[in-house]
Structure formats: C-alpha cells, structure tokens
Design a protein around this ligand. Structure first.
Ligand SMILES: [Fe+2]
Length: 391
C-alpha cells in the first residue's frame, strides 16, 4: 500500500506571477517576508514581485542574505530574521536553496530551537507547529522544491535535510516567464536535476502508476526540450515545456522519492561544493549504468520517453540505450561529466564512498542495492568517465 500526496495549490503558466497579491490576500496577511537569493535580486526578477505587492498595497520586506547549497548558519540567520520581522506570510523566490530556506524557516519560526535540531540524520526534535503560510516561486526549472516537503542543508562533508509534511508550501506559483533569462549553464544543471528527479522516481521501489505517469511525461518533455532551452534560451516554447517537466518531476519524486544519484551527489556538494544540479549531472549516467539490469522493463520504457527509437531493440538493448541517452543529454548540455573535471582526485573516492553509504533514506529506494564496494565503483566510473553499457 502506498500513498500519493499533493496538497499544494499550484498556479502555473506564463504570467501566473500576477496572481500573487490575490493569493496572499486570501490569508489576510499584513506583512510579507520575501526570501530571495542575491542573484535574482541583482538581475531584477524580484522587482516584478515588488511591483505587484506595492500596487496591491501589501507591506513586504526582502531578505537576501542567502547562498546556494546553504550551510546551517545561513538557515539560522534567516530564521532569526523572520522571528524578529513580525511578518505573517513568507515567500520564497529563486532556485531551490531560497525555496528550501523559506519553507524551513516559515515552519521553524513557530517551533523551538534551530535548524540542526530538526535534521533527518542527526536531529533530536520533532516539528509540531505549522508556522506561517508560505508561497514558493521557482525561478529555475529544476529543483521541484515548490512541491516537496524537503529542505536541504550543507554540512561539512555531506548534506542533510529537514523533511516533514509541514514544510509543504500553501501555494506554488510556477511561471516559466521567470526562467527566460537563465544562462545556459544554470538551465542545463537545473534541467538535469529535474530530469534526475523524474528518472529516479520512475525506477524507485516506491513508484506507483500515479508517480509513473507524472515521471514519464516529465522525462519526455525534458528530454525533448532541454537542449533547445539551454542553447536557445529565448525559445519560450522550450522553456515552458521544461517548466512543466520540472513541476511534474517534482510531484512524482515527492511521492516516489529519489535514490542513488542524489545519494552519491550529496557528498560531492558537501565535500567539494559542487552545485546540486551539477553534482547530479556528473553521477547520473554512472548510477544508471549500475542499476539498469535491476529494472530493465522500466528502463526500456524510459528509453522511448528519452527519444530512443527502440522498435528493433530487445528489452535489454533498449535499457542500455536509455543509459546512453542520459549520458548524451549531459554531454549535449555542456555539463562536465567526470569527477576529474572538478579537480576531484582518485584518493578522494574513499571518503566520498563512506559518506555516500550513509544516505540510507535515499539508497533504500533503489531497485538495485548498494554495498560500499558498489558505491566506490560507481564513483570510480564517474572519475574515469567510463560507462560499461552491459559489456
Ligand atoms: Fe534534486
């Protein structure tokens, strides 16, 4: 028996940001605190939101002391600022990190303690109060953070999360127009993060026909449009398709979960500060090169969704072709695809493996189990850039 949960109101489509004031007013809020990373403040994306709030006479304050892959202290400072602000509504706007901070502090503001008290691996407290109402506005097509209950934080050597249904947004505004100015490298890494959510949800042991339907549609849309969105960023149709793909991937993985790619990517973020999407991209082909024999039928279906013409292929051949297609997407979108490219050394693999095996919550969803040796070998393949492809 499995459950499917999606209590977030999602308002989507080009121009949907215009709905923000109306949605805030439904909560009778008197002061809004906006958590937005400095990058999107600088390029003027937050101005759009400010103009809407000012026109509707909604009082707001902007907090932008944020950074990607936030360490615990960034979360604690944001929490302190919210507790002192007297705001009664929270907006998170930006990439996944800004959305994660917003949803975490909105809940923590009504609970005792600080961020580390509630971490999945080492926390000691349980969240009990819902906290402030929250709206999440992604400006990338990638993380799915607007529809999940997970907030990720960087620790010294790896990452940990707060994951609790109270973290779910009340409203998500998914407006592809906000992604039109993203540069190629961010479009690529966040788009591959979204693709990773979809393919990992699809082969998860917790997948259901509901999550599969969302995942396979997301894979089709992302695979067919990510190259265009990266290299021809002004192509609005491709941006919109990527936005839908990211949203559907988010809804799918919130329920089915992600597994090996994210588990092995986390230490790359923790130890070497690789951005989340980049660390997933560099592991994606090698993890699927390891797991495909355990889920061949699904991999063969995935191959079709990835655009492979598998008419004359056996199930095994189609499954391998799916791994190749994932590798090709990483290659075509220009994301470096070996650990060497990030100055990671062969002797670092032991530490990476010992951190990766700790991500039991994620690894438990993999259709093929991992030993520490398996994890070491996957990292080694990613280091060398070598795919086995069934040989
Ligand atoms: Fe992710």
């Amino acid at each position: 028996m499995k459950s499917f949960i999606s209590p977030v109101t999602v308002i989507s489509g080009p121009g949907s940001i215009a709905r923000v004031p109306e949605e805030i007013n439904k909560f009778g809020a008197s002061k809004v605190m906006i958590f937005a990373d400095p990058g999107i403040v600088k390029i003027g994306l937050v101005n759009k939101l400010e103009n809407l709030l000012a026109y509707a006479s909604i009082e707001y304050v902007i907090y932008s002391d944020l950074e990607p892959e936030p360490p615990l202290e960034v979360g604690d400072r944001a929490l302190q600022a919210l507790r002192e602000s007297q705001a009664d509504f929270v907006i998170g706007m930006g990439g996944g990190s800004s959305l994660d901070i917003a949803k975490a502090v909105a809940v923590l503001s009504a609970n005792d303690g600080r961020v580390q008290d509630y971490l999945n691996l080492t926390g000691t407290k349980q969240l009990t109060n819902k906290g402030l109402p929250k709206m999440l506005i992604p400006t990338t097509s990638g993380t799915g953070a607007e529809v999940t209950d997970i907030a990720v934080f960087s620790l010294e050597t790896t990452k940990d999360v707060i994951t609790q249904p109270l973290l779910l947004a009340d409203i998500a505004i998914v407006d592809p127009e906000l992604t039109y100015t993203l540069p190629p490298s961010i479009t690529a890494s966040t788009g591959i993060d979204a693709l990773t959510h979809a393919v990992e949800a699809f082969i998860s042991v917790n997948a259901t026909p509901l999550t599969d339907a969302l995942a396979i549609d997301a894979i089709e849309r992302i695979a067919a449009n990510i190259r265009t969105a990266v290299w021809d960023g002004a192509n609005m149709a491709a941006r919109q398709e990527l936005s839908w793909g990211s949203l559907m991937a988010g809804l799918s993985f919130y329920n089915a979960g992600v597994s090996g790619v994210h588990a092995l990517a986390y230490p790359l973020g923790g130890l070497f500060k690789l951005p989340h999407g980049v660390s997933n991209a560099v592991m994606l082909p090698y993890v699927f090169d390891y797991i495909w024999p355990s889920c061949m039928k699904k991999m063969a279906r995935m191959a079709q969704a990835l655009g492979v013409n598998s008419e004359h292929l056996s199930v095994r051949e189609a499954a391998i072709a799916a791994v190749q297609a994932l590798n090709q997407i990483v290659l075509d979108t220009g994301v470096p695809r070996t650990l060497k490219d990030y100055q990671i050394k062969r002797e670092d693999i032991e530490t990476l493996a010992s951190e990766g095996i700790k991500q039991k919550r994620l690894l438990a969803r993999s259709p093929k189990p991992y030993t520490i040796d398996d994890i070491r070998n996957v990292y080694l393949a990613a280091f060398e850039g070598s795919l086995q492809l069934g040989t």
